[in-house]
Unconditional design. Structure first.
Length: 117
């Protein structure tokens, strides 16, 4: 038979463990969000955002001059000649939104983020 004091200790340990796991989960989510890096769009450029990684995809919106974009992942697509050269790399900046990497100042001619799944 478990004493009242033992039950209280077990309940406190369970509650503390649950709170710790919730805190740990929140920290992991915050760290994942904090690890996304933002990059400058080429100066003087109003950049078309497309629904897929290529010029044949619909334009969903246009970013204003001076915009910064997150890059969640990158994928090959239509080759584009832009401000920073020619490339077939497309940057995923939001769910279902892509921009040509040739207009984003990543400091690299190659991939700077994971490939999109």
């Amino acid at each position: 038979m478990t004493s009242l004091r033992s039950r209280s200790t077990l309940l406190l340990a369970a509650a503390t463990g649950s709170a710790f796991l919730m805190l740990l989960g929140s920290a992991a989510t915050a760290n994942a969000a904090a690890s996304v890096r933002y990059y400058d769009v080429a100066p003087g450029v109003r950049l078309n955002v497309r629904s897929g990684p290529g010029t044949s995809y619909d334009i969903t919106r246009t970013l204003p001059e001076g915009a910064k974009v997150p890059i969640y992942c990158q994928t090959p697509g239509t080759s584009v000649s832009g401000y920073y050269g020619t490339s077939n790399i497309w940057d995923n900046i939001s769910n279902g939104e892509f921009v040509s990497d040739t207009y984003v100042n990543t400091g690299s001619d190659g991939y700077v983020a994971d490939r999109c799944a």
